[in-house]
Design a protein around this ligand. Structure first.
Ligand SMILES: Cc1cc2nc3c(=O)[nH]c(=O)nc-3n(C[C@H](O)[C@H](O)[C@H](O)COP(=O)(O)OP(=O)(O)OC[C@H]3O[C@@H](n4cnc5c(N)ncnc54)[C@H](O)[C@@H]3O)c2cc1C
Length: 450
């Protein structure tokens, strides 16, 4: 049967909706959240329920157009030509058990809803910095959060998943019932099934305390050395992010930071004040601003100030095995260089702690890495058209000699593949599993190396 015939028939059998290129609403529906990516699928489906998902699998079988689940497209990789994009908004279940510290989160739920629901409960979600990223897309890609030194990757907190397999069966899967599938779901994305909900362990945060220390950009090297040294003995209860900011003189930005360059160190402790631990960082250079005190997961999320509206997001990330003085010096010189103006921020996350000792087997791991560095080019409306690709490539070139053996799937740039995230043996294990559970290749091959 021709693809055209199959997709036309599918449209009339779905309870949800299906848009084709000839539909007026298609051009808007096909766009991913990351507007830097153009994607030209064969159709965009919004299934209403599991019966609709089964019809989609059958249509993929009959037409040869693979299914690509994409709740929002934050992680769009740009290779969905001819696929059926599936939006999961209807799968909006959120059940929280505050006694056991577990949430069952539907595949269409964004982290922001979970974080808000947990506010004031003493529990936090192992969520990333963006409230509009889906909990499922993040967790299936590994997921690094403010709490990762304390609780590991998002995927390490994945207890179980409700999965619709390519053969049409739908069940709850855990490490006892199907350890191979769970291993793959912990980082390799949607290659082995369509997830309808996840069971996620929450992070206990009895006494959450945060600090923000802001320094002049000129002092970056001295402060980064102090943060690097702090990592040697820091307890897993302390999480640290550093932002090297170089903001353009753009009218959209608040007056106090517009056109400014600075380095901010943000620390989050899950078991109360950590002033003494941070003292060497405070003393590393003159403080421009400082703030410390009790905080909450919602406040921490708001501080991250991530864009919520669809944006042309471009970035480059490198996980480092170590962060020696020479690397710190060359990074700070690099970011101050006039030609690197497109890079408005470099996010530097301290790894280690629970990340070094995962509790559950999974495809994604940051065990070999000590730091995650992520450079970002402008996101806000009206930002210069310059994509920053040259600067992002230079950033990668600068750091790749010091890269750890693997990085995290959620930090991959468009067109990068999973071979950067696991050993060749694990990539082969994934291929073999996929051949077993989806022999007809109904599910899009995503970021699997071609
Ligand atoms: C502003 C911003 C901030 C971010 N901050 C962080 C951060 O702090 N830490 C971090 O680790 N990452 C972060 N990310 C990256 C983000 O976590 C990934 O891009 C993630 O994959 C996005 O998930 P999504 O579902 O929203 O995106 P999508 O692009 O819609 O989905 C990503 C992938 O997930 C899989 N998938 C999603 N749902 C299903 C399903 N139901 N069944 C099967 N497969 C599925 C598919 O393979 C899909 O391609 C950030 C991204 C942005 C844009």
């Amino acid at each position: 049967m021709s693809e055209h015939t199959v997709l036309d028939a599918l449209r009339s059998s779905l309870t949800g909706s299906l848009l084709r290129p000839s539909d007026d609403a298609f051009d808007q529906a096909r766009l991913p959240w990351n507007r830097a990516i153009d994607q030209r699928p064969a159709a965009v489906a919004t299934p209403a329920d599991i019966a609709d998902l089964r019809l989609l699998l059958q249509a993929a079988r009959d037409s040869g157009a693979p299914i690509a689940v994409q709740p929002s497209g934050h992680g769009a990789s740009g290779d969905l030509a001819g696929a059926i994009i599936v939006r999961m908004a209807a799968f909006d279940q959120l059940d929280i058990d505050l006694t056991d510290g577990v949430a069952v989160v539907g595949a269409g739920v964004a982290w922001g809803r979970v974080v808000e629901a947990l506010e004031g409960t003493g529990w936090a979600a192992p969520a990333g910095t963006s409230p509009v990223v889906s909990a499922t897309g993040y967790t299936l890609g590994g997921g690094h959060s403010w709490f990762s030194r304390t609780a590991g990757l998002g995927s390490d907190n994945l207890r179980a998943a409700w999965v619709l397999r390519a053969d049409g069966t739908h069940d709850r899967v855990d490490d006892d019932s199907d350890p191979d599938l769970l291993w793959a779901l912990r980082g390799a994305g949607g290659l082995v099934g369509i997830v309808t909900a996840l069971e996620i362990e929450l992070v206990r945060t009895p006494d959450l305390w945060g600090a923000s220390l802001v320094f002049d950009a000129a002092d970056s090297a001295a402060v980064l050395r102090a943060v690097r040294d702090l990592a040697v003995d820091a307890p897993a209860t302390l999480n640290v992010f550093v932002n090297s900011m170089r903001l353009p003189d753009a009218p959209q930005l608040p007056a106090e930071i517009r056109g400014q360059s600075f380095l901010s160190v943000q620390a989050l402790s899950v078991d109360g004040a950590a002033e003494a631990l941070l003292e060497p960082v405070r003393r590393a250079a003159a403080l421009r601003r400082a703030q410390a005190g009790p905080t909450s997961p919602l406040a921490v999320g708001e501080q991250s100030n991530e864009p919520t509206d669809p944006s042309p997001s471009r970035g480059a990330a490198v996980a480092l095995a170590s962060f020696d003085d020479a690397t710190i010096d060359s990074l700070t010189r690099f970011h101050a260089g006039p030609e690197q103006w497109p890079i408005i921020g470099i996010d530097i996350r301290m790894l280690g702690g629970a990340l070094d000792a995962p509790r559950r087997p999974g495809f994604a791991s940051l065990r070999s890495a000590a730091w995650m560095l992520h450079a970002l080019t402008p996101l806000f409306p009206g930002a210069p058209v310059e994509s920053g690709d040259t600067s992002l490539a230079a950033f990668r070139d600068l750091l790749s000699p010091f890269a750890a053996s693997t990085t995290l799937p959620t930090f991959l740039a468009p067109h990068q593949t999973l071979e950067l995230c696991a050993s060749p043996g694990d990539v082969e294990r994934l291929r073999a599993l996929r051949a077993l559970v989806d022999p007809e290749r109904l599910l899009h091959e995503g970021r699997l190396p071609r």
